[in-house]
Ligand binder design. Sequence first.
Ligand SMILES: C[S@@+](CC[C@H](N)C(=O)[O-])C[C@H]1O[C@@H](n2cnc3c(N)ncnc32)[C@H](O)[C@@H]1O
Length: 480
Amino acid sequence: MGHRMRSTEFFTQIREGSRCSAEAIVPLALELVHPQSVVDVGCGIGTWLAVFKEHGVEDILGIDGDYVDSAMLEIPAERFLAADLSKGFGVNRRFDLAVCLEVAEQLPPECAKTLVDSVTNLAPIVLFSAAIPFQGGTHHVNEQWPDYWAKRFQERNYVVIDCLRKRIWSNPNLDWWYAQNILLFARRDHLERSAALKREWELTDVSQLAVVHPRQHLHRIRKAPSTSWRPSRADEERSASLEDVLREIRPFTMVQSESLVELALQVRSVLVEEIPGNLVECGVWRGGSAFLMAKCLQQAGVTNRKVWLFDSFEGLPAPQEIDGPAALAYASDPANPGYFDNCRASLEDVQGTAERLGLSAYTECVKGWFEETLPANRERVGAIAILRIDADWYSSVRACLTHLYDRVVPGGFVVLDDYYTYDGCALAVHEFLGQRSLSHRIEAVMYQSKHGAYCQTALFRKGRRTWKHTKRKLLKRGLL
Ligand SMILES: C[S@@+](CC[C@H](N)C(=O)[O-])C[C@H]1O[C@@H](n2cnc3c(N)ncnc32)[C@H](O)[C@@H]1O
């Protein structure tokens, strides 16, 4: 499961950068807007509001999920309101300025309109930023260019004013994502009340909203798997086609980008190395990661393999003690935006998406609980080249390994999405490998944040060399 709660650790990590950025940007916003009251939608621990307060704005309100640790709040507790940002929330008053920074990309696309409605109901001016495609970050499920958000604001009669980015672009003290993404939106009629805002609006070039900051560019390049070889034109075309695919399937998956890219490369390596077998995902939710595998088959013109999608299509079963505290916390907090209705998606929804994406011929869905569907269908599934297990809890992961491991061919992959997230998943894997005396090396797909490298997804290969070794070899030869 790719979703992560915005935990104490998360807020501790971002606090310092957030404060430095707020200290640079808040005075600029004040100079233009002169607000007496500010509301921050997705305020986290309230760092930005605390800086507004330090600049004399006493009337503040922060809104965020109830998972925010109140002990960490930088604003008085009575100035914090817990609400689910993915649903509309009612605050019975208006403010001079609403702030909503690096939040929108964390809500599923179907909630984008609701969020824009909420912030525009709160204030005539909105200080807004949201991650751009492939920016990367925790639980980014709707990374979009600013034009996407400008359109949504326009539907509410708000215009975009791009006057802050040029003033902070070269400031090394603030986080580059604000320099890259921060915009003001103002209700059109409100411009008549502020000559300064109106002038900045007139100076805004709406054809230049989508820009990439040099620090973001370098950050992505440094994160690339290898910088020691120059990609050929064919490689570049291949990777551009992957970006298109990722964008297409993004709304249907909660899996993080790094793991999706690795998955696509694994499918390509299966084809290059001619490892036989079908591709299987156990635990598909809305189908996105399975569709990614299917798109890779389709792009390669493969017609003799398909992707099997196993799911209850009724959501997750209840976690047990063995699944550990993170699992129990997840299940106990349906209000969390990362809860995704207990990962429920219907069979009809997933099949409909497969059809719209042109993938019906490449996919086969099997509805029901793994304990029944896997033994009943393992003969039909046949040989497996990639077994992707994204089923979160101990008993489900155990069932997948018990019923399907022996179908995975030599050189095939077993991908374990939740190994680093939930205790039960790690236990099921080690228990299974131990009982069968299997010595597979667990490898990690890493995620590079500005604070260091973290493990995202685990995997092992059956038999052959490690994935790391194969990937390096195939990338060097320009085969992936
Ligand atoms: C985290 S979601 C999968 C995310 C998905 N792979 C994606 O791309 O976003 C976990 C899924 O596992 C399914 N699931 C978990 N345990 C199951 C079981 N024992 N039998 C059937 N489905 C199960 C749930 O219904 C849910 O859709």
